[in-house]
Design a protein around this ligand. Structure first.
Ligand SMILES: Cc1cc2nc3c(=O)[nH]c(=O)nc-3n(C[C@H](O)[C@H](O)[C@H](O)COP(=O)(O)OP(=O)(O)OC[C@H]3O[C@@H](n4cnc5c(N)ncnc54)[C@H](O)[C@@H]3O)c2cc1C
Length: 408
């Protein structure tokens, strides 16, 4: 569809990448998302032969999984026009938000591994970059059944300490506890970025961070989660029962280091900034569907588009989508170029704005479609469910806003 990119500073390389990714996103990712969304059992989404694997392989074969990894491990990040990751992620969100999130989360443990000067972790990052089949899949395991918002607002309150606890015994950590069914890629991931309690008496400020393989003894998974929106995104719990994890995997082994790292808010900015870009894509997709439909559907002897109230609604939706795209691009460009000191409040504001706009625009699009907007046969009801889900994803928007205010 012809939604113009009016940014004038898009490089030839970025335009060429977008030109390559757009057909993949619309011919492979969009139809896969629709088909996976309709599967009644979320276990079918991850079954061998499911279209999820076509998406993962296609994404890998284009090298898109390496966008955030540096050149020294085989990634594309160094020297890449910062606008490229923004436009490519927006396009993935345009095609299917849940699958875009799955692909994005997948690189997290490996991108982090590339930053740690341990030869084993460097090799892991290299293996990920070389993996064109989806043998290595990552997840970010933070939420627990009893601790969701606590991760953002819990502070030093010992009543809010993480339930997944790691105890150092000799050269190993013994890990016990459960990460919740909301972990994206939770049942298919081979590796995790894992948040643990090292000192529960310090509440959420007693944390450490591990990058670990999930095939170690004592680690098991729950069932894939059945949910309302972003159904193509696999989610599920990870259980630790006396899991013995070699010490080297605890990449942040002391709460003081973790608290120091958290002060700059780069984790919060990265995760929220990424979601914002994807959801700007979803907002644009819902608008485009509404516009296209309004130009075809005839009521009162004319197309819907010819009726002034519909034109007004469409222009308002268009303004909202363009405002979000502009805010997200500005934030994304700044943060890509300032990874050590990102604009945290801007990233969280962009996440809240993009998810709320995507939900509003999808709802308005549903209104333009009338009854057909509610029918599974048309794309809008899925887009609405996907968008609404994003207001809870990566932190409930209100809780994120309270946290982000600390960075104003
Ligand atoms: C699509 C999707 C993908 C996700 N992906 C991941 C993932 O990859 N990894 C992962 O670990 N997690 C993931 N999550 C989990 C997500 O981060 C949590 O759902 C979110 O942080 C909220 O936690 P909760 O669901 O336990 O809600 P709760 O924390 O129980 O919050 C419930 C309500 O109470 C409010 N509330 C809670 N505490 C306070 C407080 N102190 N003050 C004021 N209000 C409060 C909240 O704002 C919210 O409205 C994902 C979630 C979704 C929906």
């Amino acid at each position: 569809m012809n939604h113009r990119n009016i940014d004038i500073n898009i490089s030839k390389e970025t335009s060429a990448m977008l030109k390559e990714v757009t057909p993949f996103s619309m011919q492979v990712v969009r139809p896969a998302g629709i088909a996976l969304d309709r599967l009644p059992d979320p276990a079918q989404v991850i079954a061998p032969g499911s279209q999820l694997w076509d998406v993962i392989r296609g994404f890998r074969q284009m090298g898109l999984h390496t966008l955030y990894l540096p050149k020294h491990v085989g990634g594309l990040a160094d020297g890449l026009d910062p606008m490229a990751t923004i436009l490519l992620n927006e396009q993935m969100g345009y095609a299917d938000a849940g699958l875009a999130i799955s692909m994005g989360v997948s690189c997290m443990p490996f991108a982090l591994a590339a930053m740690i000067p341990d030869p084993g972790l460097q090799q892991l990052a290299r293996d990920f970059c070389e993996d064109k089949e989806g043998r290595l899949i990552g997840c970010w395991a933070i939420t627990e059944p009893d601790h969701g918002t606590d991760w953002f607002l819990g502070g030093a309150n010992p009543k809010c300490a993480p339930g997944v606890v790691a105890e150092l015994k000799g050269d190993e950590y013994i890990i016990n506890g459960e990460k919740s069914a909301w972990v994206s890629n939770g049942t298919i991931a081979t590796h995790a970025v894992l948040h643990v309690a090292l000192d529960p008496s310090r509440g959420m400020q007693g944390q450490g961070l591990a990058i670990l393989p999930l095939d170690l003894p004592g680690i098991s998974r729950g069932k894939p989660l059945d949910k309302m929106g972003q159904r193509p995104l696999n989610q599920g719990s990870i259980l630790f029962q006396e899991a013995r994890v070699p010490k080297k995997y605890m990449v942040i082994p002391h709460p003081d280091f973790m608290n120091e790292a958290a002060k700059g808010g780069s984790g919060l900015a990265t995760v929220n900034g990424g979601t914002a870009i994807i959801m700007a894509g979803l907002a644009r997709a819902a608008f485009d569907e509404a516009l296209q439909y309004a130009k075809k559907r005839i009521q009162g002897g004319a197309t819907l588009f010819e009726h002034a109230p519909i034109k007004l609604k469409l222009l308002r939706m268009f303004s909202q989508v363009e405002a979000v795209r502009a805010a997200v691009r500005r934030m994304g460009l700044y943060n890509r170029q300032n990874p050590a000191a990102p604009a945290v409040a801007h990233a969280v504001a962009a996440k809240c704005l993009a998810t709320e706009t995507a939900t509003q625009v999808a709802s308005d699009a549903m209104q333009i479609f009338g009854g057909y907007g509610l029918a599974k046969e048309f794309p809008i009801e899925k887009m609405f469910r996907d968008a609404r889900t994003s207001m809870i994803e990566d932190g409930v928007n209100d809780a994120l806003a309270i946290k982000a205010a600390e960075f104003l």
